[in-house]
Design a protein around this ligand. Structure first.
Ligand SMILES: NC(=O)c1ccc[n+]([C@@H]2O[C@H](COP(=O)([O-])OP(=O)(O)OC[C@H]3O[C@@H](n4cnc5c(N)ncnc54)[C@H](O)[C@@H]3O)[C@@H](O)[C@H]2O)c1
Length: 248
């Protein structure tokens, strides 16, 4: 029960990796805010956490909308008194359009960047005062795609790495830690839809640990980075990727 008396917001917690983060945090005692744009899925996750003896509440949010992120912070503080953890996991991933930088419709590109890049920053800004008060921690959800010339998806994750390091510097003096996790190919419903089978096989064939990650493979790194075991770790982008990328 590492997170008793802690309050954790997980964005995009209605399915996939975010759902696993929310459930794992709750199982270790955190009071969890399931922050999701998909209301049915968000409610389902919060209810399931409650049914298994944890504490969670659903708050509808669009992370790309400043007023909505402020409302999320306010709702969390009024439900649970403050914010210790912000996990910026939400992204347009399942159902994302597959197009090149030259061909993607400009409005789609801008909305994509607003969610996948600016969303984490807007949430951090909205939660900043409470995170400072409680010397909290942020984990941003990056991807190995950041280093793979992976079009707008990769660009947004690369920017998120920069946001992670700049926020680590800005928040450090106030005792708030900011890190990121860069998962490799992880078996979620979204990945099954987005990544064609032959590309998946190609990727796996070149990885030292030649299998898809599971959400359980990813969760441990998130809990570690939020915990006191990581009390002197900030500004890091931790790859959890079966060795997919080994950067010098
Ligand atoms: N699955 C992988 O292989 C993999 C690998 C590396 C990184 N990631 C990253 O991990 C995260 C989760 O991946 P996943 O596979 O669970 O994807 P997913 O698409 O299933 O989950 C993303 C969640 O974010 C929510 N969301 C989307 N737009 C939102 C918005 N504007 N406001 C609030 N919520 C919003 C979605 O409704 C969904 O529940 C994403 O950031 C993704 O980019 C995934």
């Amino acid at each position: 029960m590492r997170f008793e008396n802690k309050v954790s917001i997980v964005t995009g917690a209605g399915q996939g990796i975010g759902e696993a983060y929310a459930k794992a945090l709750a199982s270790e005692g955190a009071r969890v805010v399931v922050a999701e744009i998909n209301e049915d899925q968000g409610r389902r996750v919060a209810t399931e956490i409650g049914e298994s003896g944890g504490e969670a509440t659903f708050v509808a949010v669009d992370v790309a909308d400043e007023a909505s992120t402020r409302a999320l912070a306010d709702a969390t503080i009024s439900a649970y008194g403050g914010i210790d953890h912000l996990v910026n996991n939400a992204a347009i991933y399942h159902g994302m359009k597959m197009a090149g930088l030259l061909g993607i419709e400009w409005d789609y590109y801008k909305r994509f960047m607003d969610v996948n890049m600016h969303g984490a920053l807007l949430c951090a800004r909205a939660c900043a005062a409470s995170l400072v008060e409680r010397k909290g921690a942020i984990v941003n959800q990056s991807s190995t795609a950041a280093w793979m010339a992976a079009g707008y998806y990769g660009i947004a994750k690369l920017a998120l790495n920069g946001i992670t390091q700049s926020l680590a510097r800005e928040f450090g003096g106030q005792g708030v830690r900011v890190n990121a996790i860069a998962p490799g190919p992880t078996d979620t419903e979204a990945t099954r839809k987005v990544v064609p089978e032959f590309i998946k096989d190609q990727i796996l064939s070149q990885m030292p640990l030649s299998r898809m990650g599971t959400v359980d493979d990813i969760v441990g790194a998130c809990l570690f980075l939020l915990s006191d075991d990581a009390s002197w770790i900030t500004g890091q982008i931790i790859q959890v990727d079966g060795g997919q990328l080994m950067r010098p």
